[in-house]
Design a protein around this ligand. Structure first.
Ligand SMILES: Nc1nc2c(ncn2[C@@H]2O[C@H](COP(=O)(O)OP(=O)(O)OP(=O)(O)O)[C@@H](O)[C@H]2O)c(=O)[nH]1
Length: 533
């Protein structure tokens, strides 16, 4: 379906939350009555440009010193087509075809903190500015106080699908959100938050990037894990460009007995990455994005790491970024755009994604579960939308009934909490996030249901929305825009509530059911070990 553009909505007076209440029997209900903070006008979508301080380097370890400092327009060029040859179908992927205006002269300073979740308006029309009032999401990217200046459209138009691939928790969803300039995809500190490929459309100069956020590739222990891995691999297979995302994380500084710090070992490519890169889409352009460079205390460790990665694969470009701080995003988009095939845009300039609002309603409930619970609960949770009814008159609320599926009674008890307190907390936070999405009032009713072993049952996974062939991405002949609020109630195919676990305290979960690729590179192994500085 094609979207209609909603008018900017007016500010609404605040409302008070309702007290959650429980329902007898196996279902538990927690209502969160509408409460909304007033919000200001939405800024126009803006163009993009480079940023000072963005670092980049060419593939195979040749640092681009000038560009690494964001001083030159050619930052993040890598070897590019000059070495691999511009793909014929991508025609002229050299400098001449590149969008201009990035690097120096770009938006100064770091983006502002805070901000609010996306609204329907934002999802269809562009980024939000704002001051961050009412924002609860500490892990979502911080909105920019000003939109990025866009590169000028130059050369032929390019469009294509771009898969963001990598281990869990490296920041793929954060990167997508930063590129979109809105927190569309749910982000959490717990690995395996993303359970399905999610499209985000970015128009960048003369290029249209259909970015696919994907589940982190990991060692699966359940059918769900296998389905998630397949979703990621499928996205990589159908992509025109693969962006392999990895991260750097500082190790704690160790000290000798006399208290002097031990010189940290150099950073090395993550062993799991070596496994994944061994057979990752060898026949198409691949970019490496090294995320979380803000965590490096000593940036001298970055260059050897980039060089080491450059020896693993003949990347077309290597771009170190901080997705969370939105540093380096423009360079990533520039580099991707260079390798897209020439062709007309497939989406409207205001289109953002192909999932309906009900999909995000389920995801945002799951997001709050990830934030509010820990241990085994998040991984054992899925969310389905039982009813999504649009308001019949102005001022009325969207009515949403959602079921939270868990696997055991104990998990249900945890989710409900004492006197329903946990459910209430989740319900209120999710409802507020959904209200921002749909741009209006929402009445959200949540039930908790025990669906034993749903992660191991393919039919159950199908019912819960996992593993189906989904419309989306650049291949979709028709697509639904999230702003379109007339989603059919029986649109069962879109009830793909993702669910993944997230610790509120940010610790990697101890009892998660899937693991990252391990050091021996056999797709079986131990959880991630953060690299340290
Ligand atoms: N310090 C820092 N943290 C980041 C950065 N990017 C992402 N994170 C954090 O890393 C965690 C994981 O981020 P996600 O975007 O959910 O990672 P993902 O790769 O999509 O994770 P999966 O869903 O497991 O595949 C979150 O806590 C983010 O806030 C960054 O640039 N710097």
């Amino acid at each position: 379906m094609k979207s209609r553009r909603p008018e900017p909505r007016a500010e609404r007076p605040g409302r008070k939350p309702e007290t959650a209440r429980e329902k007898p029997s196996d279902d538990e209900r927690a209502g969160a009555s509408p409460r909304k903070e007033a919000r200001g006008p939405r800024p126009e979508r803006g163009p993009r440009g480079g940023r000072p301080g963005e670092e980049t380097r060419g593939a195979k370890g040749k640092p681009r010193a000038d560009e690494a400092r964001g001083q030159g327009p050619g930052a993040a060029r890598g070897k590019g087509p000059a070495k691999k040859g511009a793909p014929p179908a991508r025609g002229g992927g050299g400098k001449g075809a590149r969008p201009e205006a990035r690097g120096a002269g770009a938006r100064p300073g770091s983006p502002g903190r805070g901000g609010r979740p996306a609204t329907t308006d934002d999802l269809t029309r562009g980024p939000r500015g704002g001051t961050g009032e009412g924002r609860r999401d500490r892990t979502a990217p911080r909105p920019r106080p000003e939109p990025r200046p866009a590169p000028e459209a130059s050369g032929p138009s390019r469009s294509g699908t771009v898969a963001l691939i990598g281990r869990p928790n490296v920041g793929k969803s954060t990167l997508l959100n930063a590129a979109l300039q809105q927190p569309l995809s749910i982000v959490s500190k717990t690995p395996q938050t993303t359970r399905d490929a999610l499209l985000g459309v970015v128009h960048h100069g003369s290029a249209e990037l259909a970015l696919l956020d994907t589940p982190g590739l990991h060692r699966p222990r359940t059918q769900l894990g296998r389905v998630m891995n397949e979703a990621a691999r499928d996205a990589a297979r159908r992509a025109d460009v693969v962006v392999f995302v990895t991260d750097v994380s500082p190790r704690p500084v160790k000290h000798k007995e006399d208290g002097t710090p031990i010189e940290p070992r150099p950073l090395l490519p993550h062993p799991g990455d070596l496994v994944l890169l061994a057979d990752l889409a060898p026949d198409r352009p691949a970019l490496l994005v090294v995320n979380k460079v803000d965590l490096l205390r000593d940036k001298r460790h970055l260059l050897p790491l980039l060089e080491a990665y450059g020896k693993v694969r003949n990347f077309d470009a290597i771009v170190p970024i901080s997705a969370q701080r939105e540093d380096g995003i423009t360079l990533v988009l520039d580099e991707i755009a260079r390798f897209l095939p020439e062709g007309p845009f497939r989406y409207g300039v205001d289109d953002v994604t192909d999932k309906p609002a009900r999909y995000f309603a389920a995801e945002y409930v799951r997001e709050q579960i990830l934030r509010a619970t820990q241990d085994e609960v998040p991984h054992a949770t899925a969310v389905t939308i039982d009813r999504y009814t649009e308001p019949r008159a102005p001022g009325q609320a969207v009515q949403i009934d959602a079921t939270i599926h868990v696997e055991r009674q104990g998990q249900k008890r945890i989710l409900i909490g004492a006197a329903g307190a946990m459910m209430k907390r989740i319900g209120i936070a999710a409802r507020e996030r959904i209200e921002e999405l749909v741009g209006g009032k929402v009445v959200l009713r949540l039930w908790v249901r025990v669906t034993p072993d749903w992660r191991e049952s393919l039919p159950r996974l199908e019912e819960l929305g996992y593993g189906k062939a989904r419309a989306g991405g650049a291949d979709a002949a028709e697509y639904v825009i999230v702003a379109e609020r007339d989603t059919e109630a029986d649109e069962a195919d879109d009830e793909d509530a993702g669910d993944e676990d997230l610790d509120d305290d940010g610790e990697e979960d101890e009892d998660r059911d899937e693991e990252d690729l391990d050091d021996d590179g056999d797709d079986e192994g131990t959880p991630d070990e953060d690299e340290e500085e």
